[in-house]
Design a protein around this ligand. Structure first.
Ligand SMILES: Nc1ncnc2c1ncn2[C@@H]1O[C@H](COP(=O)(O)OP(=O)(O)OP(=O)(O)O)[C@@H](O)[C@H]1O
Length: 633
């Protein structure tokens, strides 16, 4: 929310004001006109140098202080690709995240030092306006195509007409050589789709949409074969040639990839032990007595040189080696920065113009969620398969249930099985699909692209059509075949409405579990715990009048109790069933609803369930909002 409000602060008048304070050459009328009418992306002619000075990162737990970064300094120049390498646990990702402004002192984490662009501390400007960050994991919606992903990314980030966005996206598709796969569904590890390299290029493309002047990437080649890794690095070099400042951490580059870096930062145990031109690195280490064999990949050699067996307990040999490397690096003449930050243009505190109102955001998210919901097998094919198989199974088992006394057990069985499956299928499906979308939501929410409410309402609405159709199909297939109450047409529709509300409840509980547990596996494991108590006290397993007093309250908040009750009242009203002991003369009519211990009317059971649906959805929203707020810190 904070960031999105920052985004609004930019206005055309501010842009013009900023321009007027610039050098004579830049404030030519043409330039003013161009900026004033631009789509408010950073001006690509500005060159940005990123510097960091004496950056330290420590974790203070009581009296124990663990220092992860030990006061490191350095710079990244425009037009260059800077690679940060080092042994595992050296502090590469920590440094990268500090440079990207993603880590702040908080609680036990203490961060010191300054990070600046063109001499301005990144804390004093909206760094997100000038920079973009590509995470190590590919955060994408697997159901979308690259073209769709880029188009939504463009529309959510920048203002402009549909044609502007399409043009921008097509240019990126061409630049990132994604034309051949632009219409293919992205897919994921479990569902076939784009290759790892193609997915990574889509991720980079989604960040390049705003034409950032600084691009920061966390291990963009991890998991890729050496050839694909080279393609990705080539693309980064192309972006650097356009004047961008590119910083990336990288794990084990092939020699082909290594030789492409312009500059190199080598880290060990929170220290920088080399910083300079990549082409000079072999010579530098050879000068210290660490000569890389001619036929060996220098990256492998440096990794072996910097490797330590146990970070907390360095051997004597490792400590001595590290001491020499750190001392030699400190005594080295400071590297010529090539671009002096004082010569670079001072950067103003600009923000992106707000691309859309909350309703436009909602509309865009609804369109995206709709595509996702239509193509998502969990909410699509799997859901239909679940309900159809269940309906056919019930048809075959209960076929023409009849109106004998024993049909009461069968009717209760059918209705409760439907209640149970609504709870479990809905819950499971949401537990599987909701957390899988969470990383993208959190990333975009952190970038301030939209509000949690826009996302949540769009997602909730988009998931409904499949549910409405699937439950209708299920009801049609089983209602008459099983032989449920056929008194009049309203019976079927009330049954359908109760089943639908039950399914909406089941899905809603899945959203709660997903928002609480964040990963599919954890949500799937925890999911049943959130439905079993409500099912236990829904009236079938234990007569509601016999529920222990301590647990009696559970039935009042159980959506499955009210759903089962609504279906039972609908089923048994206007249905003449004989009593068990009926001997024709003084036969009293059976009352299975009363036998189940239900007291509400049909309207009341619907009313309470609708309130519960709303409460469940509000709880899921609050949990999601809380997760998003925590991720923004
Ligand atoms: N918040 C934290 N709490 C505790 N330890 C942390 C925290 N953040 C980082 N560390 C530790 O700091 C060290 C450096 O972490 P970092 O992720 O920066 O290493 P890295 O060089 O990127 O390693 P790798 O290549 O294995 O990803 C690691 O030992 C990590 O466990």
């Amino acid at each position: 929310m904070e960031k999105s409000s920052e985004r609004v602060t930019s206005s055309m008048s501010e842009e013009i004001e900023i321009v007027s304070s610039k050098s004579k050459e830049e404030s030519s009328l043409m330039y003013v006109m161009e900026l004033a009418t631009s789509t408010l992306k950073p001006d690509h002619r500005i060159k940005v140098q990123l510097t960091w000075e004496n950056v330290s990162y420590a974790i203070e737990k009581g009296s124990e202080l663990t220092t992860i970064l030990k006061g490191v300094s350095g710079f990244a120049n425009p037009g260059e690709l800077l690679a940060i390498m080092g042994s595992s646990g050296a502090g590469k990702t920590t440094l990268l995240n500090i440079l990207a402004g993603r880590l702040k002192s908080f609680g036990e984490i203490k961060i010191n030092g300054t990070v600046a662009i063109n001499g301005t501390n990144i804390k004093d400007i909206n760094f997100g306006y000038y920079s973009a960050y590509v995470t190590q994991e590919d955060i994408l919606l697997p159901t979308l195509t690259p073209r769709e992903s880029l188009l939504f990314s463009s529309k959510l980030r920048l203002p402009g007409s549909h044609e502007d966005h399409v043009q921008r996206v097509e240019k990126i598709i061409e630049d990132l050589r994604l034309t051949r796969v632009a219409e293919n569904v992205i897919g994921s590890i479990t569902s076939k789709g784009l290759s790892g390299g193609e997915r990574k290029r889509v991720c980079i493309g989604m960040e390049l949409i705003t034409e950032p002047l600084i691009l920061i990437l966390d291990e963009p080649t991890s998991g890729l074969d050496s050839y694909t890794a080279e393609i990705v690095v080539d693309l980064l070099l192309e972006q650097a040639k356009k004047g961008r400042t590119i910083i990336t951490t990288i794990h084990q580059p092939s020699s082909g990839v290594f030789n492409k870096f312009d500059r190199l930062v080598l880290m060990s145990e929170g220290n920088i032990v080399y910083q300079g031109q990549q082409s000079e690195s072999r010579k530098y280490f050879a000068g210290l007595g660490y000569k890389c064999p001619k036929l060996m990949n220098p990256a492998d050699y440096f990794m072996r040189l910097l490797h330590v067996v146990d970070r907390r307990n360095l051997s004597k040999e490792e400590s001595e080696k590290l001491k020499i490397l750190v001392e030699e690096y400190s005594s080295k003449e400071p590297e010529n920065q090539l671009v002096n930050s004082s010569e670079l243009e001072h950067l103003a505190n600009k923000s992106f113009a707000r691309p859309s109102t909350i309703f436009e955001q909602f509309w865009l998210l609804l369109k995206r969620a709709n595509i996702n919901s239509r193509r998502n097998p969990i909410f699509g094919r799997v859901k239909y398969l679940q309900v159809i198989v269940l309906a056919v199974l019930l048809d075959l088992t209960y076929n023409s249930i009849g109106t004998s006394y024993s049909s009461i057990q069968d009717r209760n069985g059918v209705l409760f099985l439907l209640t149970m499956t609504a709870a479990t299928f809905g819950n499971q499906n949401a537990c599987l699909s909701f957390p899988s979308e969470l990383p993208l939501f959190l990333k975009e929410s952190k970038q301030g692209l939209y509000s949690t409410i826009s996302y949540y309402v769009a997602k909730t609405i988009a998931d409904l059509p499949n549910l409405i159709i699937a439950i209708f199909l299920q009801s049609i297939i089983l209602y008459w075949a099983v032989g449920l109450n056929n008194y009049d047409a309203s019976k079927f529709f009330i049954f359908y409405a109760a089943a639908l509300v039950l399914n909406i409840c089941g899905t809603g509980i899945g959203y709660i579990v997903g928002a609480l547990f964040h990963t599919e596996t954890a949500a799937m494991a925890a999911g049943p715990l959130f439905v079993i108590p409500f099912l236990l006290f829904a009236g079938q397993f234990v007569n509601v009048e016999r529920i222990p007093i301590a647990f009696r309250w559970v039935q009042y908040i159980s959506p499955f109790k009210y759903g089962f009750e609504a279906m039972s009242i609908n089923e048994y009203t206007d249905l003449n069933l004989p009593c068990q002991s009926c001997d024709s003369s003084d036969c009293t009519k059976c009352d299975p609803v009363k036998d189940l211990g239900f007291h509400e009317t049909l309207a009341e059971s619907f009313y309470y369930n609708i309130i519960i649906v709303i409460v469940i959805r509000v709880i899921a929203y609050l949990l999601l909002w809380n997760t998003a707020s925590r991720a923004k810190r």
